[in-house]
Design a protein around this ligand. Structure first.
Ligand code: GLV
Length: 303
């Protein structure tokens, strides 16, 4: 299959199309923030962060997700020939982001920002880093987090469906042995995709097993049961939560999360796609498809 009419949509469509024009001279490109039905009919391929919002019947030979997450496309699998995605430097970026959260807490960066606001000089002893962490999810992006944490001497156990090992984790266990991963663990990082099997998977069962833990969610909002998080914060099984992803984004202005003293909200920025990540992934995938090679970017079902 050689895709020849690629429609790019969404916030990166224009810069990505400009850079791709030189890399893919044999492909006709259209960049549209909001594609019209005529654009959708024209295209044999589509690259964006989400499925087009239209009632128009659409299908594509090739769809490329500009992000690492593909939940916005999975429901349309029947309308997609080949589904690929962007990873680029996202595993490293996600690792750096999670490490920044962990180090920022250990070194009291928030307290110092608050002290500066009131011109207060108040040195605090740094907290030790966690000795053990669990990462829920062991995909490529989660592996980037594992690498960043193990680099600090933190023992990292991954949790996935099969228990299959994955690079950069100290150990991997299946969900059935979750308690082994959570035992003595003071940091839990959720890096799970959204799917029917991960919906609200981080609920009472998981949070109730923790002891004074720091919870980070950089996967998808749907994986976390917020009522269970509220109870865990009240009982102290979770003492701090850094949340980057939410059911509805932007997070609703009325959400209790904004004002909770032990919750930090960030606006889905843990691993933002850079233009060059998307351009490289699209150009290399197109070359693979033309040569009938299996693209390295191909989306396969998680293990
Ligand atoms: C970010 O959440 C992405 O899917 O890349």
């Amino acid at each position: 299959m050689t895709p020849s009419r690629l429609l790019l949509s969404g916030r990166l469509s224009e810069p990505v199309a400009r850079a791709l024009a030189a890399r893919l001279p044999d492909v006709s490109l259209r960049a549209r923030v909001d594609p019209a039905p005529a654009d959708l009919d024209w295209a044999d391929s589509y690259a964006a962060f989400g499925w087009p919002s239209t009632d128009h019947a659409v299908s594509f030979d090739w769809v490329h997700s500009m992000g690492a997450g593909v939940d916005a496309f999975i429901d349309h699998a029947g309308q997609i020939g080949v589904l690929t995605r962007t990873l680029g430097a996202m595993p490293e970026r996600m690792g750096a982001f999670v490490l920044a959260l962990v180090l920022g807490r250990a070194h009291h960066l928030r307290e110092y920002a608050l002290s500066q606001d009131v011109r207060e000089w108040r040195p605090l002893p740094p907290e030790p880093l966690p000795r053990r962490a669990a990462i829920l999810g062991t995909g490529v992006v989660a592996s980037g987090v594992a690498r960043a944490l193990t680099g600090q001497g933190i023992a990292v156990t991954g949790v996935n469906r099969s228990g299959r090992t994955s690079p950069h984790f100290s150990a991997v266990v299946p969900w059935g042995r979750l308690e082994d991963a959570l035992r003595d663990c003071s940091l839990v990082v959720a890096a799970l995709p959204a799917s029917s099997s991960t919906y609200r998977i981080i609920g009472e069962d998981v949070l109730g097993q923790l002891r004074s833990a720091h919870l980070v969610n950089v996967g998808r909002g749907s994986t976390l049961d917020l009522a269970a998080l509220g109870s865990a914060l009240a009982s102290g099984t979770v003492v701090h939560a850094d949340l980057d992803v939410f059911d509805h984004e932007p997070l609703d202005n009325g959400s209790w999360l904004w004002a909770h003293p032990a919750v930090r909200v960030t606006p889905h920025v843990a691993a933002v796609t850079a233009v060059e990540d998307a351009v490289d992934a699209i150009a290399s995938t197109w070359a693979d498809l033309r040569a009938s090679r299996l693209p390295a970017t191909l989306v396969t079902r998680p293990g």
